[in-house]
Design a binder for this molecule. Structure first.
Ligand SMILES: Nc1ncnc2c1ncn2[C@@H]1O[C@H](COP(=O)(O)OP(=O)(O)O)[C@@H](O)[C@H]1O
Ligand SMILES: [Mg+2]
Length: 561
């Protein structure tokens, strides 16, 4: 038993031991299991990490592949560009080569031509040198000829110098003669002026107008066939006019008559406005010295009165009125230096049928009644309601004249040819005052374009009452003008005499300018036409009557205040 008990105790101890071992094994297993799970966790973590790393690697790899692809594409395109550039470069080079080849070709052509030129020049030179040799021989011959001529020339020169001496002597003689002639001319002028002084202050000029194309029946007619036989024999003083007329007597015989007239100056058809003015400029400017000056244009219609007085539009054709005005302004300007101050006024009137019209006015013609008033104290004349315009410049006067002209032509549409049936009187009054000496002067310049002097056939116009009245008033005023001038002449000779100024409006208007203190010029205008010969003779006789008159010696109107 004890042995069984010890065997049981042993068994038990073994069992315990085994149990303990089992338990240990179990613990050990647990540990191992735990360890295993740890390891598997670790493996799991590792797996995950590897997977992640793998993914990253994959991603990086892809990126690198893309980058590499891009780079490849870039490189490809760059290469393509470079290739293109290279190709273009090659083409350019090829073109350059072509151009150079062309240039070379041209140069070769040029060279060829130059060579040709050189060869031609060479042949020319050889020709020239041949010619030079020929010329040299010729020159030699000429040289000897020249020597011969030189001798001849020397001979001639000697002759010339002796002739020159003779010429000089002749020239001296001529100069002496010229001097003598000049002195004679001065003496003649002096005498001429003396005669003028003695003659008094009426001058008569005669001017014959040229034959106009409109005077001829056709442009082919020679002017001479229409002209009257008029001659101007006085080539020196131009004072004579000779008119020849031929008429048939009752017995059918041709009767020739020659009429001789003398005036202060006769102007031929070729004479210019400037030449006529030259003769009257001193007279015109004497109004600045205080004289009253009257210039009348007398003659039949169409004889050139208006041409002489007013003239044409150009500087060379302008007439006596614009020229005289210009001259007066010029003289007044020059006299300023001597202390003279001038005031100028203008008036332009028309006398038609013994009625005065104001050519510078605005009213209707023949409506306003203008009266002539004389002031015996100042010897001045005034026309009521007539415009007196202060004058500043020749240009202003020219425009005034144009206004007057247009007024006249407007009136002419109402009544035919009014300007040739009326007198026009342009008056420039000039009063001066010398600031140094206190002298005063009053003068006037009257420029009158008279109505046509033709005698109208009274029976022919009797049917027309207006025409008859016109004719009568023209005849009356022109003969009144003649009478006044004639009476003034007689007064000069015999002393006091009644002067019939009142017989016409014209003479009454000009009373103060037609007295002993005035200078008067009548320009007789003549037509050159044979058809007007009788009328011209009548005019010449009238003018001769005026010319034989003297109005004493003109006196300046100068007062000292
Ligand atoms: N000296 C002259 N030179 C050129 N033409 C002139 C001359 N005198 C007059 N005439 C011309 O003759 C024509 C008649 O002249 P005009 O002056 O009208 O005459 P009036 O006034 O006497 O009737 C006009 O055509 C005018 O231009
Ligand atoms: Mg006229």
């Amino acid at each position: 038993m004890a042995a069984e008990r010890s065997k049981v105790a042993d068994l038990e101890a073994n069992h315990n031991f085994l149990r303990k071992q089992l338990e240990d094994a179990k613990t050990q297993e647990l540990l191992k299991q735990r360890e295993l799970s740890n390891v598997s966790d670790e493996i799991e973590a590792l797996k995950k990490r590897h997977a992640r790393e793998l993914k990253d690697l994959e991603f990086d790899l892809k990126r690198e592949v893309i980058a590499a692809k891009d780079e490849l594409a870039n490189m490809k395109s760059r290469h393509a560009r470079e290739l293109m550039d290279l190709e273009m470069d090659v083409k350019k080079r090829e073109r350059e080569i072509q151009q150079l080849q062309e240039d070379l070709r041209l140069c070769r052509g040029d060279l060829e031509r130059e060579r040709e030129t050189v060869s031609t020049l060479k042949s020319t030179i050889s020709h020239q040198s041949n010619a030079r040799i020929a010329l040299g021989t010729e020159n030699h011959a000429l040289q000897s000829q020249k020597t011969a001529l030189q001798t001849e020339l020397d001979m001639y020169l000697a002759t010339i110098s002796s002739l020159n001496l003779k010429l000089e002597a002749s020239q001296k003689e001529i100069d002496a003669l010229k001097h003598e002639t000049m002195e004679a001319e001065t003496a003649r002028r002096k005498l001429h002026n003396m005669v003028q002084e003695l003659k008094g202050n009426i001058r008569v000029f005669c001017r014959v107008r040229p034959v106009l194309p409109s005077d001829l029946p056709s442009p082919e007619t020679p002017p001479d066939s229409s002209s009257a036989n008029i001659a101007f024999p006085d080539r020196l003083d131009h004072k004579e006019i000779v008119v020849a007329s031929s008429s048939e007597s009752a017995t059918g015989q041709e009767r020739k008559e020659v009429y001789n007239f003398n005036f202060d100056r006769v102007f031929e058809p070729e004479s210019s406005q400037a030449e006529v003015f030259e003769e009257i400029s001193l007279l015109a400017q004497s109004c600045t010295d205080g004289y009253n000056v009257c210039v009348f244009a007398y003659g039949q219609t169409g004889s050139g009165k208006s041409f002489t007085m007013e003239g044409g539009p150009t500087a060379t054709s302008s007439g006596m009125i614009p020229r005289a005005v210009e001259q007066v302004f010029q003289v007044a300007e020059e006299l300023k230096r001597k202390g003279w101050e001038y005031k100028m006024e203008g008036q332009f009137l028309e006398i038609y049928n013994e009625t005065i019209n104001d050519l510078l006015g605005k009213g209707e013609f023949d409506k306003k009644k203008h009266e002539i008033k004389h002031d015996p104290k100042t010897n001045s004349t005034r026309v009521t309601d007539a415009n007196v315009v202060p004058l500043h410049s020749p240009t202003q006067v020219r425009s005034l004249l144009a206004v007057a002209q247009s007024r006249r032509s407007v009136a002419a549409t109402l009544m035919n040819e009014r300007s040739s049936r009326s007198h026009s009187v342009f008056t420039l009054r000039i009063s001066g005052h010398n600031v140094n000496t206190g002298e005063r002067s009053e003068g006037s310049l009257n420029l009158v374009d008279l109505a046509g002097s033709e005698r109208l056939n009274a029976s022919g116009t009797a049917a027309d009452k207006d025409r008859l009245k016109e004719t009568q008033s023209i005849n009356r005023s022109l003969s009144a003008l003649g009478d006044v001038i004639a009476a003034l002449g007689e007064k000069g000779e015999k002393g006091d005499k009644h002067i019939p100024y009142r017989n016409s409006k014209l003479t009454y208007l000009l009373q103060n300018s037609l007295s002993g203190n005035s200078k008067t010029l009548m320009i007789l205008n003549l037509s050159p036409l044979a058809a007007h010969l009788n009328e011209s003779l009548t005019s010449l006789r009238f003018a001769t009557k005026v010319n034989n008159t003297t109005i004493g010696t003109a006196k300046k109107q100068v007062r000292t205040s």
